[in-house]
Design a protein around this ligand. Structure first.
Ligand code: C2E
Ligand code: MG
Ligand code: MG
Ligand code: MG
Length: 292
């Protein structure tokens, strides 16, 4: 009986695993074509300054619309892109698409101070990353101060010496750096203070219950103080409600990003959003990049 159950369980898992790898293979092949077919488009999610209410930037988030399979989440296709090496051409395409978009918004007089791009660990480990970024920015005549890069804690802590040198080179190139999903990984405080980063981005898992959960409130308050004592700004992601926003303001957090201020939007809809922000009577965010 036990044997029978064991065999059933075995065959159950294999077919499940086969289905999974089949989907991965299908997605990998489709992703290869998606790049040239223009199915990968950046959406933009605005970020707000809690002190002034002004729009301070936007995060670029990649969207994949497959003609048959429909919308596929980056949480599913980014890992596939990383395993297959496709993340390098995709990462470059993301930088180029963002740079072209910043140029368009600059020309229209509605560019947000900064656009943040998510970097994959594989990109971060390319020694020529700073040159790649600078040549793309140069191609579209976009000042490097308009670009922000999001890294994760694991990218910086795997090999802190190498990370510090890459971060230093990116900083020298004029782009600002943010640690994404802060609090979900492991960071060494003594290493953190040597990195030339500008911001810590508090993961949305700490924001979700911030109004009712004392532990989360204490954690966020601690991260805010840590950031400020290191001379960094602090941004919270996943802010969905006014109550969460108020709590973050009380805790001294600098910026917020989330459905409450704005969902990730297509470039066209982001343009409308930016124009509304800038319209007479509304708060007028500065056109030039201020402090991060
Ligand atoms: P992330 O960088 O931490 O991005 C934040 C995620 O939170 C996004 O998910 C965003 O849509 C979602 N989000 C924003 N506001 C709210 C909110 O109020 N509530 C909730 N529940 N969620 C919110 P998304 O777009 O599905 O992206 C998932 C992850 O995929 C990103 O996490 C990032 O790690 C990765 N990713 C996205 N675009 C790129 C890219 O161009 N390159 C790389 N390497 N990774 C990317
Ligand atoms: Mg991010
Ligand atoms: Mg994040
Ligand atoms: Mg995240």
């Amino acid at each position: 009986r036990a044997k029978q159950r064991g065999r059933n369980r075995y065959s159950f898992y294999t077919s499940e695993m086969q289905a999974l790898s089949l989907r991965q293979l299908t997605l990998e092949n489709a992703l290869r074509r998606a790049i040239d077919a223009g199915q990968l488009q950046l959406y933009y999610q605005p970020q707000q300054d809690l002190h002034s209410g002004a729009l301070v930037g936007a995060e670029a988030l990649l969207r994949w619309e497959h003609p048959v399979m429909g919308r596929i989440s980056p949480s599913e296709f980014i890992p596939i892109a990383e395993d297959s090496g496709l993340i390098l051409p995709i990462g470059e395409m993301v930088l180029r698409q963002a740079a072209r978009q910043i140029r368009d918004w600059l020309d229209a007089g509605i560019a947000p101070p900064r656009i943040a791009i998510n970097l994959s660990a594989i990109q971060f480990h390319q020694p020529d990353l700073p040159q790649t970024i600078l040549s793309i920015l140069d191609e579209y005549d976009v000042p490097s101060s308009r670009l922000e890069l999001e890294l994760t804690e694991s990218m910086t802590m795997e090999d802190p010496e190498q990370a510090a040198s890459m971060i230093h080179r990116l900083h020298e190139a004029g782009v600002s750096l943010t640690i994404d999903d802060f609090g979900t990984g492991y960071s060494s405080m003594s290493k953190l203070k040597h990195f030339r980063i500008s911001k810590l981005k508090i993961d949305k898992s700490f924001v979700r219950d911030i109004v009712n959960n004392t532990d989360d409130r204490v954690i966020v308050g601690t991260v805010v103080s840590l950031a400020h004592s290191l001379g960094l700004r602090c941004v919270a992601e996943g802010v969905e409600t006014h109550a969460q926003k108020q709590m973050l303001h009380t805790l001294g957090c600098d910026h917020i990003q989330g459905f409450h201020f704005g969902r990730p939007m297509s470039a066209a809809r982001t343009g409308d959003f930016l124009r509304r922000q800038d319209s007479p009577g509304s708060r007028n965010p500065s056109r030039e990049p201020g402090p991060v």
